[in-house]
Write a protein that binds this ligand. Structure first.
Ligand code: TRP
Length: 332
């Protein structure tokens, strides 16, 4: 039997935080071991907010290189850049015409982003979920790993797929969310009730996955805790809980093991251990990233090969859709 298919994509908007890494990226190589996977850099989605052209180009290259640095294998998985595969924009247009204004208007991300950027509420921002649906449906993905913020977009993808299948007969696999057991929701180091985010105006709230040792140590040391001076996972101890999650993700230890390890000790020693664990976790990734980005020809080779394969596979779905809609196609 064929393996189940998984599609994962990430936007190239700046380099990810420790939260993105521990919550999602770190797990991608495990997902790759278990399923037939495609991984991509969602650079078409990224221009729904204005990008500086020079920086944008570098971010796409860096994000693609990071996928390789994670240990994802271009011989085994399809690893590509979305804008290099024209079928995504093509299917997105068709799906736009099978998506209602009303249902798009209910997307919370659209509402939030419109509020945050009232000066640039562009049509792309509105239609973004149909492009995401195209990404997923082109590869007939069975599962999509999604965080809480993308769940609604996966639901509308399912609605669009079911609607199209209802009208024209089986065309698309209806995808399901892939809930991964490992991977925690890492919170801001300064306000542990909010998700860690690189758009945090206070840089002390996050660690970028490319921060050096000193910055990592400094950020962990200044993380908000509480006055109990006891390392235990409990309600109301958001700061300590968050540091425990980080430590747990880096070391594989359970909360009970961590509590036992630091019993009777203050936060100073605990924070030092968390900082060391994070440094040890990110160091090899940073070295691998440096090695890969130094070889532009290799990265570009992988990009080309990935785009070719992605195009070949996605073209089959697109042709099927166009035939069903009634587009004029030549006999082969
Ligand atoms: N919208 C997703 C995000 O911002 C990125 C994305 C685009 C995506 N296309 C996708 C994720 C397809 C999964 C599948 O995180």
């Amino acid at each position: 039997m064929e393996n189940k298919k998984v599609l994962s994509m990430i936007q190239p908007s700046g380099l990810p935080t420790l939260g993105n890494y521990l919550g999602a990226l770190k797990n991608w190589s495990n997902v790759a071991a278990e399923y037939d996977c495609a991984f991509a850099v969602a650079d078409l989605h990224a221009i729904t907010v204005r990008q500086d052209p020079q920086k944008f180009k570098k971010q796409i290259f860096d994000m693609y290189s990071l996928l390789l640095a994670l240990g994802l294998k271009p011989e085994k998985n399809i690893i590509f850049v979305q804008s290099q595969v024209p079928t995504h924009a093509q299917l997105a247009w068709i799906l736009d015409c099978y998506t209602q204004f009303g249902e798009m208007s209910r997307m919370t991300q659209f509402k939030d982003k419109s509020k945050a950027h009232p000066e640039n509420i562009n049509v792309g921002l509105f239609a973004y979920p149909a492009l995401m649906a195209a990404d997923i449906l082109l590869y007939q993905a069975d599962y999509v790993p999604v965080g809480a913020d993308q769940k609604q977009h996966l639901e509308i993808t399912r609605d669009i797929a079911e609607r199209f299948n209802g009208l024209y007969g089986d065309t698309f696999t209806v995808p399901e969310p892939l809930i991964v057991e490992t991977g925690a929701r890492i919170m801001s180091l300064q306000d542990p009730t909010k998700k860690m985010s690189k758009s945090d105006p206070n840089p002390k709230g996050y660690i970028s996955i490319f921060d050096g040792k000193d910055i990592i140590a400094k950020r962990i040391k200044s993380a908000v805790t509480d006055s109990e001076a006891c390392v235990r996972f409990a309600e109301g101890k958001d700061g300590v809980n968050n540091l425990m999650s980080i430590y747990s993700c880096c070391t594989g230890k359970t909360n009970e093991e961590i509590e036992a390890e630091f019993a009777g000790q203050g936060y100073g020693i605990f924070k030092q251990a968390v900082a060391d664990a994070v440094i040890e976790e990110l160091g090899p990734l940073q070295d691998e990233f440096a090695r890969i980005t130094a070889d532009r020809a290799y990265v570009e080779d992988c990009m080309k090969q990935g785009a070719d394969t992605a195009y070949r596979i996605s073209s089959r779905t697109l042709a099927k859709v166009m035939k069903k809609v009634g587009y004029y196609q030549f006999k082969k």
